[in-house]
Write a protein that binds this ligand. Sequence first.
Ligand code: HEC
Length: 161
Amino acid sequence: MQLRILLVLIAILALATTAIGCPASDTTEGTGTEAPEDADETEIDEPSDDEDPASLSNPVVADIESIARGEEVYLKTCVTCHGESGLGDGSASTELVVNPANLTSELTQEKADGEIFDTITNGRQGTPMPAWKGGISPEDRWNLVNYIRTLTGKDEPEASE
Ligand code: HEC
């Protein structure tokens, strides 16, 4: 009788050990699907849609290279509407139903990097501001944010309201 109980206990113990052992080995094998392969990969990912844009932190350091690259993209893609200095006075601006934003303004400059990135990414509904998600890489959109930060101090004095 006692021997049988002991055997049952051993059986339970053996089962428990395999039960614990299995999932553990499964997880180590399974990580390949999600974990990034290269730690030193520099490509910047598209942030996920359910993140609050304002809380996105800028993954691109605003160094000379980033700002120069941002300027290059800006002068090619944004200048017709936002103008060379970012005042919103580009050559196409007079034909638009909504004036392009003055990017040098406090209104824009006070926004978080993530908010500016979000507007560039998704555009602004109801205005001619296009979404650049498909057209400009996430990294270049952050470069644009870094460039827009340099467009300060060119604003005209705020009219009092
Ligand atoms: C077809 C004209 C047009 C082009 C091209 C364009 N924009 Fe805009 N942009 C607008 C308009 C219009 C608005 C909206 C102004 C408003 O909401 O009152 C806007 C708004 C913005 C804002 C929001 C500013 C704020 O304070 O919220 C940012 C940032 C911006 N544009 C950046 C860019 C960048 C960077 C590019 C180039 C990749 C670009 N835009 C290209 C027309 C344009």
